[in-house]
Design a protein. Structure first.
Lengths: 265, 289
């Protein structure tokens, strides 16, 4: 089980980070959700974020691809740089978002066929050739551990799949963006344990190609997957560190141990 | 153990009373509709024939058919639709999908609701001032249709906006997160899933426009014309005004003719509504989430 840091090329800690967050503060209608968070996420890293409800994990993710634009009540201060460029400096925010895959706890199967769900983003990129689209759809559905279940009914509606299947469809859709950065917010809530393990294996493979931010309420999932883990509590980062060391008890703050060991949360 | 408490029994009784009261109200609502329809069919039915539908009125409208009025109503409705549907849908798309939720947007929304409450005679006077006189369209199909269009715009806008907003926000956010623009999201996901509501709005507009009298009587509809309209700049007869004239201004019209006209008019409206309902049921069968 504990071989998270083994597979693939491994994180590039020597290089400039993919995501640089400085003094990020988020509030909703004056109520703070995140307070002055600064952290770096490196290329080919799986960066885990753990913490109880209302700790600001999801708000943090939403700021990374400017989802705050959708929500007038959500105010963001501080800076988020991706590949060295401030996300607010992107005039064409669509180009920014197309490079960031997002998966939320609640699955969203678009009311399109399964095929068109996965072909949506490739089509936005201008891919028109059927053979090429077929290839992307099969590859992404296979990686999301859904291909075998749906390959005979790609024309049926994605929004009519079961919850767990829709979540895997959502993951396939995020992968179809060929993202540089993948944001996963408690992706396994609606997925059964066996499938979760299959997707976790895929995520380990994907680390060789991209960078993953994994928000999870399952501390053991962070332990299995994350290279480094951040512990968020009531809008603050209590601790960031090497996942293995953190779980072995090398922590600066005893609240971290308390949460990991399930004494509160 | 499983004995009903007095509170249980009271809830049960209240629920029975509520159901009975609401049911009676519904019956009370249906009765006038049935009476009107029944009276029209009994008294107007004998007047209906192919000849009635396809010949012009003769002898000071005391004999003959309703062809010019029927054709005129079709003209008026079609031109009104051409004018109002694109504007209405575009405005609803803007308000629902693009406009930020601020004071201005809320004011516009309020104005649209108020526009729906303006009495039709006021719209008629506006139509005379704006289209007949200011734009110099004269009393014509164009002026009358534009007046109808202004009057029915809120119907289209409200129906369209509501059906757009019935599409779950999560679908939009999923598209935006893949880098789709607002317009790509609208075209691929939002519009295909709100077509039924939009069409319902359009059909409601048709039935509203076909039945109105006041907005057209000063702007383009005439009580009696020898000729069918040749272009939008001609005046025309219309079903609603024709009914008004023969029912109130012409004493010697045999009774079954006005009832027949009313029956045809209400049949058109009911037919449009039936199509709209059938369409809704059909699309609900294809419900995608």
């Amino acid at each position: 089980m504990v071989e998270a840091n083994g597979a693939g090329a491994g994180p590039r800690y020597g290089e400039r980070p993919v995501v640089e967050v400085r003094d990020l503060a988020i509030s909703y209608g004056g109520k703070p959700a995140l307070k002055d968070v600064s952290l770096d996420i490196y290329r080919h890293e799986i960066f885990g974020i753990i913490g109880p409800a209302n700790s600001g994990k999801t708000s943090f993710l939403r700021a990374l691809n400017r989802m705050n634009d959708f929500n007038a009540g959500m105010k963001v201060r501080g800076s988020v740089e991706i590949n060295g460029k401030d996300v607010n400096a992107w005039q064409n925010v669509y180009a920014l978002r197309s490079r960031i895959g997002v998966v939320f706890p609640l699955p969203v199967g678009l009311p399109l066929s399964i095929y068109e769900n996965v072909a949506f983003s490739p089509r936005l990129r201008g891919i028109r050739r059927k053979a090429e689209l077929d290839e992307v759809v099969e590859r992404c559905l296979t990686r999301a551990a859904l291909w075998d279940e749906v390959k005979d009914r790609l024309d049926s509606l994605g929004s009519l799949l079961s919850g767990g299947q829709q979540q895997r469809l959502t993951i396939a859709r995020a992968l179809s963006q060929e993202p540089e950065l993948l944001l996963l917010d408690e992706f396994s809530i609606a997925v059964d344990p066996v499938t979760t393990m299959r997707i976790e294996d895929v995520l380990k493979e994907l680390r060789a190609e991209l960078t993953i931010v994994l928000v999870t309420n399952l501390v053991q999932q962070a332990r299995r997957l994350a290279d480094r883990t951040a512990f968020f509590l009531t809008g603050e980062v209590v601790e960031i560190g090497d996942t293995e060391e953190m779980f072995e008890g090398k922590v600066k703050d005893e609240r971290t141990t308390g949460y990991i060991e399930g004494r509160f949360g | 153990m499983f004995a009903a408490t007095s509170l249980n029994r009271r809830s049960y009784r209240n629920q029975a009373v509520a159901k009975a009261v609401f049911g009676l109200m519904t019956v009370a609502l249906v009765i006038p509709v049935l009476v009107i329809l029944g009276a029209l069919i009994v008294r107007g039915g004998p007047a209906i024939s192919w000849e009635f539908l396809f010949t012009p009125p003769v002898n000071g409208m005391t004999e003959g058919g309703i062809l010019p009025a029927l054709i005129g109503t079709i003209w008026l409705v079609v031109v009104a639709l051409i004018a109002s549907v694109p504007i209405g849908i575009a405005a609803a798309l803007y308000l629902s999908e693009y406009a930020p939720d601020n004071f201005l947007t809320r004011t516009i929304n309020l104005a649209i609701i108020n526009l729906a409450g303006v009495p039709s005679i006021v719209h008629a006077l506006f139509g005379v001032g704006a289209f007949v006189l200011f734009f110099r369209f004269g009393t014509s199909i164009l002026a009358a249709s534009l007046t109808l269009a202004v009057m029915t715009l809120p119907v289209v806008i409200v129906a369209t906006r509501e059906s757009l907003q019935a599409v779950p926000q999560a679908f939009r956010e999923a598209c935006w997160n893949m880098g789709a623009t607002r317009w790509q999201t609208i075209r691929k996901v939002v519009l295909p899933n709100s077509v039924s509501g939009i069409l319902t709005g359009v059909i409601l507009e048709v039935s509203r426009a076909a039945g109105e009298t006041a907005p057209i009587m000063f702007t383009g509809a005439a009580a009696y014309l020898m000729f069918l309209p040749q272009s939008v700049f001609d005046q025309t007869m219309a079903m609603s005004l024709h009914l008004y004239v023969i029912a109130t201004q012409q004493p010697s019209v045999p009774e079954e003719i006005p009832y027949g006209v009313a029956l045809v008019l209400i049949s058109i409206v009911l037919l449009m509504n039936a199509i709209s309902i059938a369409f809704r049921v059909y699309l609900r069968g294809l419900k995608k989430w």
